[in-house]
Design a protein around this ligand. Structure first.
Ligand code: DQA
Length: 145
């Protein structure tokens, strides 16, 4: 099963960025651990700080991958374009966040993308990605292309 993990803006700085909130480990460091934990999933990874690139990637993957795990970073709260892209594609998308958005600023408590996703996982730091992958491992959704 082919799953794409997408990280949005500022997540390239994971490990160095506000470590008290987002942790001390980079995603690149974590990825091999994810691959080892999910040997039955073919995991692809993409990160971009640019809204249009994230949308292009959703369009490209969204008619062929079995699923997408998306941490859209701050675009979660602002991007109608990203929400429209998720609504437009066929692949199921799971929204993930490292921090617990419910415990943070008011402006982080609105997700524009959430309603187009299968569900949302928030607050488990890097474990949030594992929880999302458990969903895909368990559901074995049909190929969508
Ligand atoms: C985040 C939460 C967002 O509000 C923030 O803008 C991020 C990271 C998270 O993973 O907790 O960049 O998506």
């Amino acid at each position: 099963m082919h799953i794409l993990i997408i990280n949005g803006p500022n997540l390239n700085l994971l490990g160095r960025r506000e470590p008290g909130i987002y942790g001390t480990r980079s995603f690149e460091d974590y990825l091999p651990e994810l691959r080892e934990a999910f040997p039955n999933l073919e995991l692809e990874y993409f990160q971009s700080n640019h809204e249009g690139e994230l949308i292009d990637k959703l369009h490209e993957a969204g008619f062929k991958h079995h699923g997408i795990v998306l941490n859209a970073g701050a675009y979660t709260h602002t991007s109608i374009a990203l929400a429209d892209a998720i609504a437009a594609i066929n692949s199921p998308v799971v929204e993930v966040h490292l921090s617990n958005l419910a415990a943070r600023e008011q402006f982080r408590q609105t997700s524009l993308i959430g309603k187009h996703c299968i569900g949302s996982i928030s607050g488990f730091k890097l474990e949030s990605y594992k929880l999302a992958l458990h969903y895909f491992e368990g559901t074995r959704p049909k190929r969508v292309g």
